[in-house]
Ligand binder design. Structure first.
Ligand code: MN
Length: 239
């Protein structure tokens, strides 16, 4: 049996008027394609509200992929919204945070990508720079204007980390984020940094495979095999 990888979906309102429009649950297909290419079965999970039902969803899964998406409502990590905050939808945030809590307490492997990496950090008590304009020093271009699969900046990786074992001490990655991890959550270590010191990878040291990456390996996988080892290692940890 291939491992079942749960991917929480997000919500999007489509249509021009409340009576003519509808809320749809969606997942960027790159995430499910990446899981399926790497030996797992993606299972899309709709937004739920009851803790008991969210736990039932979690128990169907061998691991959880936390996908990219909108910003997280800062009230959920005890901060007021700064002026450069993007779109937020707390229903989705609260659902994903509850699902992540259960994944941690049930020792399910987690791969967090972009927003998913930030969400993992927030669940563990950390926070983010709500916009990179708030970053204390000058920073590189993290919202690239290049093909989405193209690598545009380098990251330095801690050699003894999960990412270090997979990729060595340096890697070129794509970049589509206007926020970045600020304070780290409990037991998280920053295992990869861009050359401007922006955190690009985090790992929870108290579990075998709970990892967050700030770039988009699922998009790079559409154009090369460079990111395959990351997804394969995640799926192997779910067996
Ligand atoms: Mn970046």
């Amino acid at each position: 049996m291939k491992p079942i990888i749960g991917i929480p979906t997000h919500l999007m309102f489509i249509g021009s008027s409340p009576s003519g429009g509808k809320e749809i649950s969606y997942c960027n297909e790159d995430f499910s394609l990446a899981i399926s290419k790497s030996g797992g079965i993606p299972l899309l999970l709709p937004t739920l509200e009851s803790n008991e039902d969210i736990l039932s969803q979690l128990l169907l899964c061998d691991g959880i992929l936390l996908p990219g998406g909108d910003d997280i409502n800062p009230l959920l990590y005890g901060e007021e919204p700064s002026s450069n905050l993007g779109e937020v939808y707390s229903r989705v945030d609260q659902y994903e945070m509850t699902l992540t809590h259960f994944a941690l307490s049930h020792n399910k492997p987690i791969l967090g990508i972009c927003r998913g990496c930030q969400l993992l950090n927030i669940v563990l008590g950390g926070n983010v720079y709500q916009d990179l304009s708030e970053y204390p020093t000058t920073h590189l271009k993290h919202s690239q204007k290049a093909r989405r699969y193209e690598a545009t900046h380098t990251i330095n990786i801690q050699p003894d980390s999960l990412l270090g074992v997979l990729f060595g001490n340096s890697l070129e990655v794509n970049s589509f984020h206007h926020q970045a991890i600020h304070n780290l959550g409990k037991n998280l270590v920053a295992t990869a940094h861009a050359k401007d010191n922006v955190i690009e990878g985090i790992q929870l040291m108290t579990k075998p495979f709970v990892l967050g990456v700030q770039w988009h390996p699922e998009i790079m996988l559409g154009n090369s095999h460079a990111m395959l080892p990351l997804f394969q290692a995640f799926i192997n940890s779910c067996k």
